[in-house]
Design a binder for this molecule. Structure first.
Ligand SMILES: *Cc1c(COP(=O)(O)O)cnc(C)c1O
Length: 342
């Protein structure tokens, strides 16, 4: 079998024929003038899904997160987030660069912070400390291996924020994976979060783009910040059409990705050269190789089987399932796992 099986990320998906058709058919206009009907439709549709007032289509999830942080903070203030969060680890230190704010890192469990940890991390009013200005959650957690918060856990955190007058941002790059796993509705999130970032180009399968959702006033300001970052765009409706298609067709099927990730997790648990598999909660599988196994050697072996994966820490490997995989590919991966000779 020669088809490449790419488990490096759920960002590697290509538009399906139906998504491409939707892109070609999209009516477009100049979005700097807010005249692209498809961008406008995507923004309204995304906002309405979450019960938020307005949305802004951006090129990446890094941009939606960074714009949100910029709007919620001032220089000399501080963002509370888990130490493994994407906004801290994987956005090039953008919080310092864009917002001149600092971060307070929490040692959560697989990327999940508790309400008590958050409350304890809020700085007292004292001239020595940055003013705590924002709490940011990541759901699902990437570095936590696709772990998710339940609605009840989010409600408790949101209550801490409300009591302390702090806005709550959601890095929801994979929020639909969390919602499909819990069976909860996106509308519930508008009660908890001031702003929400959603990636359309992860498990939902669009080629490009993320949505920032929030109150109308804030989204108007966000559009200015996006422009200042060079992110104003013209006939982006072709891309927005892919995002709309993704939101309208590819949410419920995320369950398939979760089931397949569980299958892979099982196969890895049975492998003698794997010492730990993080319990699979959604579409990410993180596992640890025995100390005598060279991780690069394992990755190279997978490559000989036409399987791509990445290392994710010392002795750790990450597999991500997504909509371009098939049952045949999952069988081939399971065979490759059991055939590996340490
Ligand atoms: C992918 C991802 C983002 C956004 O990444 P971009 O590559 O900038 O689109 C943000 N947060 C998390 C948790 C992610 O996995």
């Amino acid at each position: 079998m020669n088809t490449l099986i790419d488990l490096r990320s759920d960002t590697v998906t290509k538009p399906s024929p139906a998504m491409l058709e939707a892109m070609f058919q999209a009516p477009v206009g100049d979005d700097v003038y807010s005249e692209d009907p498809t961008v406008n439709e995507l923004q309204e549709y995304g906002a309405s899904l979450f019960g938020m007032e307005a949305g802004l289509f951006c090129p990446s999830g890094t941009m939606t997160n960074q714009i949100a942080i910029k709007m919620h903070t001032q220089p000399l203030t501080e963002v509370i987030c888990d130490r493994t969060s994407h906004i801290y680890l994987y956005e090039v230190g953008g919080i310092a660069f864009n917002s001149a704010a600092s971060v307070k890192l929490i040692e959560g469990v697989r990327g999940r912070m508790s309400p008590e940890q958050i409350e304890a991390a809020i700085n007292p009013d004292n001239i020595h400390y940055p003013v705590t200005s924002l709490v940011s959650l990541e759901n699902t957690s990437n570095k936590g291996g696709g772990s998710y918060y339940t609605g009840a856990e989010i409600a408790a955190i949101s209550e801490v924020c409300r009591r302390n007058n702090l806005p709550l941002h959601l890095d929801g790059a994979r929020v639909f994976n969390a919602l499909v796993a819990t069976g909860e509705k996106p509308q519930d999130y508008s009660r908890y979060f001031n702003t929400i970032s959603v990636c359309l180009s992860k498990g939902l399968g669009a080629p490009v783009g993320s949505l920032l959702l929030g109150p109308k006033r804030m989204i108007e300001q966000a559009k200015r910040v996006r422009k200042a970052l060079g992110g104003g765009w013209r006939q982006a409706g072709f891309l927005a059409a892919a995002g709309l298609y993704a939101l309208q067709n590819n949410i419920q099927r995320l369950q398939i990705d979760h089931d397949r990730a569980k299958q892979l997790g099982k196969a890895l648990e049975a492998a003698p050269y794997v010492t730990e598999v993080l319990s699979v909660e959604t579409n990410i599988v993180i596992f640890t190789l025995a100390p005598e196994i060279n991780p690069d050697g394992f990755i190279n072996y997978l490559e000989t089987q036409n399987i791509l994966a990445t290392t994710f820490g010392p002795q750790q490997i990450r597999f991500v399932t997504h909509l371009d995989l098939t049952d045949e590919m999952i069988s081939a991966i399971i065979h490759a796992i059991s055939d590996f000779k340490a």
